[in-house]
Design a binder for this molecule. Sequence first.
Ligand code: GLU
Length: 484
Amino acid sequence: MNNIRVRIAPSPTGEDLHIGNVYTALLNFIFACKYHGKFIVRIEDTDRTRLVQGSMARILKTLHWFGLNYDEGPDIGGPYGPYIQSERLDLYKHHAEELVRKGFAYYCYCTPGDLEQMRQEQIAAGKPTLYDGRCKQDKEQRTENPPSLKLRRASREQKYVIRLNVPDDGTTEFNDLIRGKVSFQNRLIDDQVLLKSDGFPTYHLAVVVDDCAMKITHVIRAEDWLSSTPKHILIYKYLGFELPVFAHTPILRNPDRSKLSKRKNPVWISWYKSQGYLPEAILNHLALMGWSMPENWSGKTNGVEIFTIDEMIKYFELKDVKTVGPAFDLKKLDWINGEYIRMTNNSKLTTQIYEFYDKKYPLELITRTTPLIKERIKKLSDYFILCQFFFEAPKEYEIPLSDKLSLVKDIVNSLKMLNTWKADKIGENMLNLATSLNIKNSEFFMILRVAITGKKISPPLNESMEILGKKEVIDRLNNLTLSK
Ligand code: GLU
C-alpha cells in the first residue's frame, strides 16, 4: 500500500484524551507505521458549546506521553494545515454552498421551536424523528408553504442552516475493512445539518471536507461513528471526492458490556497517569481489545500477550480486529502494568517513580528502595503505600505494641551491639535474639516489622532496616518505649 495517510480527530471537549481515543490513536498509529504512511492529528473544535479550555494542549501532550507521535498536527503543522477546524471555516462554507448550488443541500429556516414541535408530532405518530424536509419542499416551489415560514424568510434577521438533501429511496453502502459490507436505507438517514446558523460546520461536513483535503486514505475510527458514515459517503459523492477506506473499530466496554462510561470506569488519561500506569502497559492492554497476536506467536507471559509496539506493528492487520472487543478490565490492566514495571530496569523505574512523585522525595532513597518493591507493585502509586516508612516514622501501628515494650528494649540492646549494619548481619542478630528469648520467628519478626514500619506487610525487613540506618532504627524503637 502506498501513501497511506490516517488520522485521529479528537474534539477538545474533555479534561484530557479519552481512553477510547487512545485506542483509536493506537490502531491508526500502528497502521501508519506498518505501511510507512503518515499519522495525522486534527482537532475538531466546531462544537463551540462543548469546548474545554486547555483540552487541546493536554490531548497533544498525552499523545506524546504514549509515544504516539504524529507526522502532522496543530502544533507541528504540515502540508495540509491548519489542523484545527475552527481555522478552516471558509473551506466548509464554500463546500456547503457548492452543495446547495448543485441541489444536494438546501437552506433550512426552521426555528428550534419548529423542530421541537415536529419531533413531538413524529413521536406521537410513532414515526422516526427525522427532519421532515419542509424547507426542501419550499425550495422546490411547493405551494403549501406555511405562511409563518414566508414571514420569517421576509425578515432580515432570519437564521438558517444548510441541510443535506438525502434521497428518499435507495440505499447507501460501503465496505468496512473490519465489518464487511454495511448498508443503510436512505429513507432512515436524516437530512443532516451541514452548516450551522453560527457559520460553523457540523462534524459531518467538516470531517468529509478535511479528510479529503488532507488526503486521508483510511478512516479508522470507533464504531460510534458507523451510523454517520452513510451521510459522509453521500457528501463525498455529491462533492465529487474520492472515498477513503473505512474501518470501524469496536468500542470499549465496561465489564457489564455497556459502553465505557465515566460512571463505571475512569475514562480520562489524566486519571491513569495519576495512578501511575505506564503508557506502554496501557497501550498493550488496549491493543488486546478486539485483537490478539497470531496463534503461533510464542511470547505469552502467564497466558497474557505482553508485547512491544514494534512487535504489534509486525503482526497487526486491521482485518483481524474483531467487531466486538472484550470488556476493559482494570484488574487486567493492573496485572499487565505490574509486568511492565518488572520489565523496566531499576534505574529507569527509579526515575519514573521520582518523577511520578514530582521529585518530592530524595532520589537517592528511591534508588535504594525501588529494587525492594519492584516485584510487589502494580502501579507507581503503590510505591509510597509500601515505602512511606522510609521517608517518615510511622504515626500509627497496625498491631498494638504496648505489651511488647520489654521485647522492643531487648531488640534495641541487641542491635546496638552490631558493628556491621548490613541486612544479613541484622537478620542474623535478630534471629539469635528470637531464639535466645524463645519467641517464634514469625511472631518476633511481625513485632519488629510493625515497630519499624507501622505495617504488617512491608518490603523485606532486614534490607529495609539497612537502608533506614542504625541510628534511625534505634531511634524509632526507643521512641516507642519512651512514648508509652
Ligand atoms: N471528532 C470525532 C471524535 O471526537 C472524530 C470522529 C472521526 O474520527 O471521524 O472522536
